[in-house]
Ligand binder design. Structure first.
Ligand SMILES: Cc1cc2nc3c(=O)[nH]c(=O)nc-3n(C[C@H](O)[C@H](O)[C@H](O)COP(=O)(O)OP(=O)(O)OC[C@H]3O[C@@H](n4cnc5c(N)ncnc54)[C@H](O)[C@@H]3O)c2cc1C
Length: 340
């Protein structure tokens, strides 16, 4: 059997490694845009306070995975799926060379992009996103460049959800000045009870972060070397990071005619509308309408799917494990964390 996996994030690698142990004879081929290896995406939001993170964030270099019998095509983007002939096309991002690869079973684990609210889309040059190791490298280089003439650098973070709060906290720990804009009347309102939102706000403020609630940001503009945020309280910043949620990479699946909604629609067996194509991780939408975009349920999906496809040792549908998402904000622990 030949299994082809798209992506090299937590879902893809957890699945590939588990499948390798359960099906030693199978051919496993993994195609990914990444070049640096398999890295910890959660650590991105602690990427400013830790020196040498560009290296320490790499959990496994690609040659290590290849030694385990996983064929890797890195720096390559999958551009199309031909479901009739069970092939996919990918392009080497450096040489533009196109390759066709056949599959028996295809695993879609291409994760998600950062969500950019529609009013911001015309001003992409005014802000940054933090969704990949490449983004982090660019932001760290920007911070180093700004630090040569500014002390401290003043950042605006737009979005007071989990990632926005984590990034604000980490930049403050690294010694920068931070203003956090949030549209709602309390931080992380989806994951925290009211009392924990208030506690989180106090922790961030104690770290010197200016927290602005009920601030609907309507756009940005460049003014000299500052970025001005348009909101009820307009102000200028040295740099802006938008952290307004995520958007699953459904484009490939949609072009192949698979059923999609917010994510790629899957059955409780993680099967898409094509019986030979499965999806897991941030990109998969379960019949309950949920995207289980956290490490713990993704590990569970990957291990379940490997056992289901490799030797049939899993025959019952995947069931989500109980878990309570945690914010990696320095000095903050929720007193009453809510279940997902
Ligand atoms: C800053 C940040 C902090 C986070 N912190 C936490 C945390 O503390 N706890 C937690 O549980 N979760 C956290 N998350 C969420 C967690 O990281 C994700 O849910 C998880 O990484 C998703 O794994 P995945 O395998 O589905 O996708 P990803 O990790 O996004 O991997 C997808 C891979 O597919 C590749 N790819 C995409 N399209 C193509 C294509 N067409 N061709 C080839 N390759 C492609 C991408 O390059 C990428 O390597 C965080 C996320 C972010 C961004």
């Amino acid at each position: 059997m030949k299994i082809v996996i798209v992506g090299s994030g937590f879902g893809a690698i957890s699945f590939a490694e588990k499948f390798r142990t359960l099906a030693p004879q199978a051919t496993i081929c993994l195609i990914t845009r990444e070049r640096d290896g398999y890295y910890s995406r959660p650590l991105l939001s602690h990427g400013f306070s830790k020196p040498g993170i560009e290296q320490s964030i790499i959990l496994k270099p690609f040659p290590t995975l290849a030694q385990n019998g996983i064929e890797i095509f890195s720096g390559a983007t999958v551009t199309g799926i031909d479901r009739t002939h069970k092939t996919l096309t990918f392009i080497d991002d450096a040489s533009s060379q196109e390759t066709l690869s056949a599959y028996d079973k295809l695993i879609l684990a291409q994760g998600s992009a950062a969500f950019v609210p529609p009013p911001f889309r015309d001003n992409q040059e005014c802000f940054h996103l933090l969704n990949s190791l490449n983004d982090l490298k660019k932001l760290r280089a920007l911070r180093t460049a700004l630090s040569t003439r500014l002390d401290p650098v003043h950042w605006a973070i737009v979005g007071g959800g989990l990632i926005g709060c984590e990034v604000a906290s980490d930049l403050a720990l690294a010694g920068d000045k931070v203003t956090l804009y949030h549209a709602m009347d309390r931080l992380m309102e989806r994951q925290l009870v009211i009392e924990d939102s208030a506690k989180l706000q106090s922790v961030l403020q104690a770290d010197g972060i200016e927290v602005l609630l009920e601030q609907a940001v309507t756009g940005f503009q460049k003014q000299n070397d500052k970025i001005v945020i348009n909101s009820a309280k307009p102000a200028g910043f040295d740099a802006v990071i938008v952290a307004c949620g995520f958007k699953p990479h459904t484009e490939l699946a949609a072009a192949a005619g698979l059923s999609i909604n917010r994510g790629i629609k899957v059955t409780p067996f993680l099967q898409t509308s094509d019986p030979d194509i499965f999806a897991l991780g941030d990109v998969a939408e379960l019949p309950d309408g949920k995207l289980y975009a956290f490490i713990l349920p993704i590990r569970s999906q990957a291990q379940w799917l490997a056992a289901y496809l490799a030797d049939g040792s899993e025959q019952q549908p995947w069931t989500p494990p109980a878990f309570k998402p945690k914010a990696k904000v320095h000095n903050f622990v929720a007193d009453n964390p809510l279940p997902f």
